[in-house]
Every structure is written in C-alpha cells, then in structure tokens.
Design a binder for this molecule. Structure first.
Ligand code: HEC
Length: 117
C-alpha cells in the first residue's frame, strides 16, 4: 500500500472523527456561553461585532489576542466591573455568576464569541 493511501486511511478513520468531536465540543460550549450571555444581560450592552454600551465581543477578542494574562484579568473585570480599558463608561459588577460560568464566558469571548444560533 502506498504512503498516500495509508495517510488517507489514517485521515478518514482517526483524524477526521477527532476533528468532528473537537468541533462538536466547541459548539456545545459556544451554545452554553451564548445562552449565559443572553440570560445575564451581557448582550444588552455587548453585540458580537459592534459597540453598543460596551465594546463588541470580537473587538475584545482582538485586543487581548496576544495577552497571556487576559483570562484572569477579564474574569476579575466581569465580576467587579469598572472602566478604563475602553473609555470612561463603566461596566456594572456581575456578582451572581459562578466561577465556572465566568470562565466559560471569558473563553468564548476570547475565541471571538462564535455564535452558535
Ligand atoms: C450595562 C452595560 C454592560 C453590561 C450589562 C455588561 N457589560 Fe461588559 N462592558 C461594558 C462596558 C461599558 C465595558 C468597557 C469597560 C472599560 O472601558 O473598561 C465593558 C467591558 C467588558 C469586557 C472587556 C473588559 C476590559 O477591561 O477590556 C468584557 C470581557 C465584558 N465587558 C464582558 C461582559 C460580560 C461577560 C457581561 C455579562 C455577564 C457583561 N460584560 C455585561 C458594559 C456592560
């Protein structure tokens, strides 16, 4: 059997299902994060692709793309609220969200807030 055929066989039976299962997992997280953002009024101030009261979520992803401290910084910021990163308008505190939910929201936002709906 040629290398090409062996490679194709590997791709079909091993790599392809892996790719599908990874993207399925991402989609489930995206759906949950989107629902959380809706339930907690984040989307009242943040659109995916433009500024409303707060910056667009895709702009946030771009701003922090190369910042290794972004996850910790943004989690704190969402909990405590505040201003200064984008202007003088402050974000209100979000004390009700669980740590797990905030982590899910931040990783979704940093991935560019892919919309699952
Ligand atoms: C009342 C409007 C409002 C709501 C509701 C709101 N935000 Fe914000 N958000 C803002 C504003 C205004 C800013 C810009 C703050 C700044 O300049 O530092 C912001 C900034 C952010 C940032 C970037 C922070 C930074 O320092 O760069 C993230 C991430 C964010 N919001 C996520 C969320 C999430 C998640 C929720 C829901 C739990 C939410 N926001 C709810 C108004 C809001």
């Amino acid at each position: 059997m040629s290398y090409l055929r062996q490679y194709l066989k590997f791709f079909l039976f091993a790599a392809l299902p892996l790719v599908f299962s990874l993207s399925a997992r991402a989609t489930a997280d995206d759906t949950k994060a989107f629902a959380l953002a809706k339930q907690n009024a984040c989307l009242g101030c943040h659109a995916l692709d433009k500024k409303i009261v707060g910056p667009g979520l895709q702009s946030i992803a771009k701003k922090y793309a190369n910042d290794p401290g972004a996850t910790v910084f943004l989690k704190n910021k969402i909990i405590k609220g505040g201003s200064g990163s984008w202007g003088i308008v402050p974000m209100p505190a979000n004390a009700k969200l669980s740590d797990a939910d905030i982590s899910l929201l931040v990783s979704w936002i940093l991935r560019g807030a892919p919309s699952a709906n």
